[in-house]
Design a protein around this ligand. Sequence first.
Ligand code: BTN
Length: 359
Amino acid sequence: MSQLWEDWFPHSAKTLLLSALPNLHTTADSAADPLQTRLLRALANGQRVSGAELAAQTGISRAAIWKRIERLRQQGLDLIAQPGKGYQLRHPVDLLDGDAITFLLATSPTSGIDKVEVHWQLDSTNSWLMHGYQADRSGTAVLAEIQTAGRGRRGRIWRSNIGGSLTLSLAWQFERGMSALAGLSVVVGIAVIDALTECGINGASVKWPNDVQVDGRKLAGILVEVGGEAQGPCHAVIGIGLNIRLDPATASEIDQDWTDLATMTGSSLGTPSRNALAAAILASLSRALQRFERDGFAPFADDFARYDALLGRELRIIGSGGDSFGVASGIDARGALRVRSDDGKDVLVDSGEVSIRTT
Ligand code: BTN
């Protein structure tokens, strides 16, 4: 069974506690299709619900329920229909809950996050924050249950499915200029791994500059987009996509080796609550960003050495000037990758310039 936030913390207790936390705000938009959301909420805990019960709980006719069940299936949910008995999700879904994430964040020691927005559907959480960026967006976290145009690095599409992925972005303002942001994507990768470890998920590593991998398979991707001045105030929108339980149709569209938390933990054990994961990632990220702003990249070098998926691997570096080869030998104090060529010389490779393949 997946862990569900609602099982840990009933709604009444949540409302009471949130009213005592005035500095954090949660917003949630109305769903793209409120009836479909209502239907999913009624099924989310994985119990079987009869057609009649669903109709009574959601106010939807039984014919309309059937139509929406089909739509949820197309969106990647594994829904079992048992004639005469009802409908059931094969795996419970911990639907994103802004109040739950806000509450968990507020209980973590330091958080520079002051707003959590949960959307049912967006084109991309990164695009949402980047569009018309204003400095007061700093500290805003945005999550979407569905991304219709999720973006990856190098113009790729980021694939995700309803209930089976975590797609979130955080806006952050920096005062020391874009040139001081070298190494930021590595810092984000480390923060994600720290959060996974806190949630009991071990064994992830960073493939420089910013993939989170397990045994060479991608578990999470990071897209950092920056704007502002080279030497003055600037901002970053940090997007993270984490595979939790990818459905076969979504997975078949991914053109690289991938994994998800369900595969890592084994199907019988289930996956951690998505709300708990989101809060852990945001809290870890916020701590890392505050440290990075204060002390730069250097303090993260040791963490990276522990999580370095490429160390000692033979690489092909695909750059605009052609391919080159060498052996990965860690990073420098700014977060650039050190590659030892055949003649024993170290070459430094900056992120963004290249694509890395292990040979
Ligand atoms: C990559 O590995 O190529 C980066 C993937 C980043 C995906 C995340 S999902 C949340 C945020 N919104 C996006 O459109 N992309 C990032």
